[in-house]
Ligand binder design. Structure first.
Ligand code: NAD
Ligand code: WQD
Length: 336
């Protein structure tokens, strides 16, 4: 049995689908602060199975102990967290409380229940603004500029220390680059509340007519076309990475692993690719740089390949087509 915290969210729901399709038993714990209960119906439509669901908070230790007492949980995949970078600058206490304390409470309950296998949702942001590209796992944790990023680096540090202190813990920190796309069925996808902060959902909402135009933040960076470069990977590949990471939990200790394609793509290339693949117009204008953005970063993804035979195919066309299928079939997201 795998406990998936935050399993109703964007990456969590795709991972739950992959796990169910591999015949794993899954329990989802989510407080629905940034997701919809409808996702469970959609997961069932895709897989023919419904994960057991607890609506609750990862900071609720009594609830966690109850779950561990009632189910034989072999490992936890911990997605639950708040993730909006800009919001974290305005509400640092909320972000540290939810993300850092949420993980502390979870680990405490896991220790008490004797469940010491954890896959954690980390982020490329932990390398900080000064790391050279491509990012490699052997590099030290950096000083992320936002409270969101700092919360991820702090959690990694906590998990590292835990693995040093107790040799029967096994923790894999998956450092995601920029996940995009949706399940090829079109039933689940990214459904940000309000105006999207991230590029891909912004593009798809412009294309579907919900937003008038895209602002490209900065065209004077030191990159080929002047716009920022990122490593975009398909969310289904990312979900598969989590399933494979479970096999690494046989070995004790702390293991960070980058999940990216190893290729950088510019904002302009993203817009062009989306338009070509979908035939939809995406009006855009150039706007000033967004505070805190780095010019360019991408993964060295060799370790994921050597440790768990994982690679993301980097096929932008597939990412764009799947994003558009989800957005055009669900113009209002999960709130039909
Ligand atoms: P998401 O917001 O769609 O999913 C997170 C889920 O966690 C949501 O369903 C939310 O309701 C739930 N949640 C939040 N706080 C909770 C709490 N205290 N108790 C219970 N449930 C709680 O985000 P996502 O894009 O699926 O991201 C999943 C994880 O991956 C997050 O930890 C995020 O920081 C990390 N991550 C995301 C990205 C990205 O670009 N999407 C990149 C790197 C890392
Ligand atoms: C990508 C590029 C923007 C919106 C963030 C977090 C990171 C990780 C993923 C969780 C940038 C540009 C965007 C728009 C634009 N999350 N852009 N117009 O900033 O690389 O990463 O999400 O861990 O930690 O920082 O992703 O999708 O926001 O931006 O021009 O309306 O698109 O400037 O260059 P980012 P993003």
């Amino acid at each position: 049995m795998i406990l998936v915290t935050g399993g109703a969210g964007y990456i969590g729901s795709h991972t739950v689908v992959e796990l169910l399709q591999q015949n794993q038993d899954v329990i989802v714990l989510d407080n629905l602060v940034n997701s919809s209960i409808t996702v469970l119906d959609r997961i069932e439509t895709i897989t023919g199975k419904r994960p057991q669901f607890y609506q609750g908070d990862v900071r609720d230790k009594a609830l966690l102990l109850d779950i561990f007492a009632n189910h034989k949980v072999a490992a936890v995949i911990h997605f639950a967290g708040l993730k909006a970078v800009g919001e974290s600058v305005e509400q640092p206490l909320r972000y540290y409380e939810n993300n850092v304390n949420g993980t502390l409470v979870l680990c405490d309950a896991m220790a008490e229940a004797g469940v010491k296998n954890l896959v954690f949702s980390s982020s490329a942001t932990v390398y900080g603004p000064d790391a050279p590209v491509p990012y490699e796992e052997s590099m030290p944790l950096g000083q992320p500029s936002s409270p969101y990023g700092a919360s991820k680096a702090m959690i990694e540090r906590v998990l590292m220390d835990l693995c040093v202190a107790e040799d029967n813990w096994s923790v894999v920190a998956l450092r995601y680059f920029n996940p995009i796309g949706a399940h090829p069925s079109g039933h689940i996808g990214e459904d940000p509340k309000g105006i999207p902060n991230n590029l891909m959902p912004f593009i798809s909402r412009v294309a579907v007519g919900k937003l008038p135009e895209l602002s490209i933040f900065g065209n004077d960076y030191d990159t080929d076309d002047g716009t920022c470069v990122r490593d975009y990977l398909h969310v289904v590949d990312l979900a598969d990475g989590h399933c494979r990471a479970l096999a690494l939990l046989d070995k004790s200790g702390f293991q960070p692993v980058n999940l990216g394609t190893g290729n950088g793509v510019s904002v302009l290339e993203m817009v062009t690719s989306f338009q070509e693949v979908t035939g939809q117009a995406v009006p855009y204008k150039f706007a000033p740089r967004r505070s805190g953005d780095l010019p360019a970063f991408w993964a060295n993804a060799d370790l994921a390949e050597s440790l768990m035979g994982w690679s993301a195919d980097g096929d932008l066309k597939r990412m764009m087509a799947d994003t558009w299928r989800w957005q055009s079939q669900n113009p209002d997201g999960y709130d039909e």
